[in-house]
Design a protein around this ligand. Structure first.
Ligand code: PEP
Ligand code: MG
Length: 579
């Protein structure tokens, strides 16, 4: 039995026989063609490129229907690369000059592209997997054969791969693929995003482990804890079957909670909202009784990274969300691009320290056209329902004032053009940098509301990269420094009557939900699949117990003791909730 740990990106427990996809995909040997065969081989390549492009466009349509236009756009971008005359020119040059086979020439050119992306630094991992996807697509077309086809499985499996490309992930049949785990990938990779939207248990970023697994081995994927167990012993297997059963019952029991309020036993009402990346996730939110959208991460409109979305594309996405939420509030966060987020910065420049660099609101304030395009679309959508604008990564009061001024400029433009919008829409900010907490009293005079982004707040407080597995042990929401900052922000918000919500992953973890209630938080925004579980916890606890536990926790000087104490207390007051 072997246990591997990675990053959980979609919850639940899957048990099944392993289907191992090889690490390299196709391995193409160096082969040559006779000089006289070159023209025919070039034609064969051209046909293969045409076929690959047509298939990719077909995938775009299928995926757009299944998961929405933004996800489908990934394949639109692939088709553009396949169609690019530069690509065919480069491959054909290798066939003509070196007499390589089209297969070898293709793999040479695309591996060079992948290497360029790989060395381009942070934020490009998703692009590398896109290039591998394109390579496989063209090679399949040339070879006329399929890599193990994971879209048409006839019996249940657990898929283990070095990396799944976005198209492979989106193609997975959730009825047969019980779960998947990959050696590569991070929380914000395309693959992780698509996995979350499909809602099958998944763990990514495990590191090398495939050599230890053979096809057919029994594998457990624990998407709650981010663990993969290969060849479990009988006791572990029995335990996990039990957990799986419990989890299923638990999920079923949660359905009944949909229309009940998120209220503690002693009557404290908590507002429970959903975090979304794609407009299609609205259904997941509504099915689970979200009272609104507390965080719409609009940067995922940039999945098609070859160009910026138009105002109309922004507007279509926002208007869909606002209409579907039918009068419930929607907080639209302006672009949070850069660092670990999908696109490189808009200038295509490499930064030595992207997490501290030109990202997020800073990027928008330097690219006013892009920023204003988005703001216009948000303002236009504000006539359709209660919309708020939220700025990410605000670190100084001046920055917030500047961003608000841009909104005022855009409002003026719309007025001049006679375009309607909600003049009074709330404009708030993420608190996700320690300086924003320290200055929360001053920020409260400029912001209409706050949302605590604990993911980045932990990263910047403890100086620990949220995506780096080597320092993952330091990344803890229970760290006393983080908890003190949260308490400071909550107190400042209370003093000024500024509404405050929490939208980082912390609020979706059972033991922290309890602590956050204890710290006086009255609004939380979580991934759609976590809504029922968080509600169940809120309905199982007393706010007075939570406050007592929070006081105890705040007196501790380290994260480990805090987690142990929280676990113990959580078990005492909500033994029927998985903690
Ligand atoms: C956060 O930082 O906590 C947050 C919610 O934003 P994101 O995860 O998109 O950076
Ligand atoms: Mg953040």
């Amino acid at each position: 039995m072997e246990i591997k740990r990675g990053i959980p990106v979609s919850p639940g427990v899957a048990i099944g026989p392993a289907m191992v996809l090889d690490a390299e995909g196709f391995r193409i040997p160096k082969r040559y063609v006779a000089p006289s065969a070159v023209p025919a081989e070039v034609r064969r390549l051209e046909h293969a490129l045409d076929r690959a492009r047509d298939e990719t466009l077909a995938s775009e349509r299928v995926i757009a229907d299944k998961l929405g236009k933004e996800t489908g756009a990934i394949f639109g971008a692939h088709a553009q690369i396949i169609k690019d005359p530069r690509l065919s020119r480069e491959i054909i040059a290798l066939i003509r000059e070196h007499h390589y086979t089209p297969e070898y020439a293709t793999s040479q050119v695309l591996r060079r592209y992948a290497e360029i992306f790989e060395h381009a630094g942070a934020g490009t991992a998703a692009r590398v997997s896109d290039i591998h996807d394109i390579e496989r697509r063209i090679l399949r077309s040339l070879l006329g054969e399929q890599r193990e086809d994971i879209s048409h499985l006839t019996s249940p499996v657990v898929v283990l791969a070095h990396d799944l490309t976005p198209s492979e992930t989106a193609d997975l049949d959730p009825h047969q693929v019980r779960g998947f785990a990959t050696e590569a990938g991070g929380r914000t990779s395309h693959t992780a995003i698509v996995a979350g939207a499909l809602e099958i248990p998944a763990v990514v970023g495990i590191g090398r482990f495939l050599t230890a697994v053979s096809g057919g081995d029994t594998v457990i994927i624990d998407g709650n804890r981010g663990e993969v167990i290969v060849n479990p012993d009988e006791t572990t297997l029995a335990q996990y079957r039990h957990t799986q059963e419990e989890f299923r019952h638990f999920e079923e029991s949660l359905v009944r909670l949909r229309d009940l309020p998120a209220e503690t036993v002693d009557g404290t009402r908590i507002t429970l909202l959903g975090n979304i990346e794609f407009p299609t996730e609205i259904d997941h939110c509504l099915e689970r009784g979200a009272e609104g959208i507390g965080l719409y991460r609009t940067e995922f409109l940039y999945l098609d990274t070859h160009r910026s979305p138009t105002e109309q594309e922004h507007y279509e996405a926002y208007s869909h969300v606002v209409r579907a939420m039918a009068g419930r509030p929607v907080v639209i966060r302006t672009l949070d691009l850069g660092a670990d987020k999908l696109a490189e910065d808009l200038d295509g420049e490499r930064e030595r320290n992207p997490f501290l660099g030109l990202r997020s609101i800073r990027l928008c304030l330097q690219h006013l056209d892009t920023f204003k395009t988005q703001l216009r679309a948000i303002l236009r959508a504000s006539t359709l329902g209660p919309v708020s604008i939220m700025f990410p990564l605000i670190s100084t009061v001046m920055e917030l004032r500047q961003a608000r001024m841009i909104v005022a400029d855009v409002m003026e433009d719309l007025d001049e053009e006679g375009i309607a919008f909600d003049r009074g829409l709330p404009i708030g900010m993420m608190i996700e940098v320690p300086s924003a907490v320290i200055m929360a009293d001053q920020f409260a005079r400029v912001a209409d509301f706050f949302s605590l982004g604990t993911n980045d707040l932990i990263q910047y407080t403890l100086a620990v990269d949220r995506n780096n597995p080597s320092v993952a042990n330091l990344f803890s929401a229970a760290d006393p420094a983080v908890l003190r900052l949260i308490r400071m922000a909550v107190r400042a918000a209370h003093r000024h009557g500024t509404p405050l919500s929490v939208c980082g992953e912390m609020s979706a973890e059972p033991i922290y939900t309890l602590l956050l209630v204890g710290l006086g938080i009255s609004s939380m925004s979580v991934a759609p699949h976590s809504i029922p579980e968080v509600k169940k916890i809120i309905r199982s606890i007393k706010a007075s117990d939570a406050a007592r536990i929070a006081r105890k926790i705040l007196a501790l000087d380290n994260a480990r003791d805090a987690v142990n104490l929280l676990r113990g207390e959580a078990h005492k007051i909500m033994p029927d909730v998985l903690t």
